[in-house]
Ligand binder design. Structure first.
Ligand SMILES: [Zn+2]
Length: 242
């Protein structure tokens, strides 16, 4: 019967779609792995930069302490000792120079602090990204290279089989099947096992149930019975027919 052929066709079609999806997910999974590796590399570089910033920070602090001590020392001398005007002038010049240098080092310290904060922000962002990518990767089913190749290889044959079966259908049945396939993600047929449409779960009218169970086979689209609610083609297995 036409409906049995369509049912088989739907099974093949769904199988094809599922395999296609599996391949897409496998592509996505290698893309994600690659992106994770890349981000990990960036993270390592950023962490290296942070180490440098920390070492610089220590060095700058030491220099600043040293300069502060020198300024303090010069200041103390200036206040205490009796000295010639010439010497006072020299000492004042020295203090001025030291103070200028101290300002420079303080600026460098400020810059180092801000730059380090930038790199810390980038590091945190990269850490979050890696975490997110890892979670995404975990949610994708694994497909090893061998099964991937097998799935990929089976697709053209499956497709040919589907096309071949479709070409043998009466034109009107093929059109209905294709239209509904598009509308229902490749599943145009719904089982009607227990007096309801399996898809929309609406109870089917007696006359439809009667027609489904006593279907006459004319071999054309007229014999296809559709759910009045969702529009899918209805199917009862051969053993439920009389
Ligand atoms: Zn329905």
């Amino acid at each position: 019967m036409l409906i049995d052929k369509l049912w088989e066709l739907q099974e093949l079609q769904l199988d094809y779609r599922q395999k296609e999806r599996l391949l897409q997910e496998s592509d996505l999974s290698s893309l994600l792995s690659h992106k994770i590796d890349e981000t990990e590399e960036q993270l390592a570089a950023l962490r290296g930069q942070l180490e440098t910033f920390r070492a610089d920070e220590v060095r700058i602090s030491e220099k600043l302490d040293d300069l502060s001590a020198k300024v303090h020392e010069a200041g103390a001398k200036l206040g205490k000792e009796e000295m010639s005007e010439d010497k006072v002038q020299k000492l004042e010049e020295k203090m001025k120079k030291l103070t200028l240098e101290k300002e420079k080092v303080e600026n460098a310290q400020g810059k180092n602090f801000h730059d380090r904060q930038d790199v810390e922000d980038q590091t945190r962002a990269s850490e979050l990204l890696v975490e997110k990518l890892r979670k995404e990767l975990q949610s994708i089913p694994k497909l090893d290279t061998k099964s991937r190749a097998a799935v990929k290889k089976s697709l053209p044959t499956l497709r040919k089989d589907i096309e071949n079966r479709k070409s043998k259908l009466p034109l009107k049945a093929k059109l209905i099947f294709d239209n509904l396939s598009q509308k229902f993600s490749g599943a145009p047929i719904s089982r009607a096992a227990s007096s309801t449409c399996d898809y929309c779960h609406v109870r089917l009218p007696q006359k439809i149930l009667f027609r489904l169970r006593n279907a006459e086979s004319g071999g054309d689209a007229e014999e296809l019975i559709r759910c009045e609610i969702c529009g899918k083609i209805l199917y009862v297995g051969t053993k439920d027919r009389e």
